[in-house]
Design a protein around this ligand. Structure first.
Ligand code: IDP
Ligand code: MG
Length: 145
């Protein structure tokens, strides 16, 4: 089924100028860009985005890290997008990420693992809505030039 998902480039990867390469990796693997922006999350916004992890041992560090610098939010579309994107980003721990995955290439540590991707169709819808309004999303899939 044609689906959309949300990929976020984390602060260290954005600062290290990896965003362009990540976009190329997505486009070269049939993920079509439907929306894209950069934003500096406040701690409050990071808390809202990662609320499911509230109370976990790493939560405060994650919130602090995610609000240290710019992130890029990218809404992508393809068949089976949510599962395919999770597979394409690789394991949470970059040391365990498979060859050719985004985290294998840009991940440094479990926290600084380069990118976030939605983990379900339902969460993808919420996360896309978190970053984008209607006029910021457009699927050119059926346009022909
Ligand atoms: P995911 O990003 O692969 O979906 P989650 O378990 O949802 O992984 O965790 C969200 C984020 O929290 C991870 O991407 C990672 O940056 C951070 N995180 C998860 N587990 C740990 C940990 O044990 N130590 C430090 N950071 C962690
Ligand atoms: Mg997750």
């Amino acid at each position: 089924m044609l689906e959309q998902s949300l990929l976020m480039v984390k602060p260290h990867a954005f600062t290290a100028k990896k965003t362009g390469m990540i976009i190329s990796m997505l486009e070269n693997n049939d993920f079509q860009i439907v929306g894209i922006k950069s934003i500096k999350l406040t701690p409050e916004l990071a808390r809202r985005f990662y609320f499911v992890h509230e109370g976990k041992e790493f939560f405060e560090r994650l919130i602090n890290y995610m609000s240290t610098g710019t992130v890029a939010a990218i809404c992508v579309e393809k068949e089976n997008c949510v599962a395919d994107l999770r597979k394409f980003i690789g394991a949470t721990d970059p040391a365990k990420a498979a060859e050719g995955t985004i985290r294998k290439v840009v991940g440094v540590t479990v926290e600084q693992n380069g990118v976030h991707a939605s983990d379900s169709v339902e969460n993808a819808k919420k996360e896309i809505r978190f970053f984008f309004s209607d006029i910021e999303l457009y699927s050119y899939r059926y346009l022909q030039y």
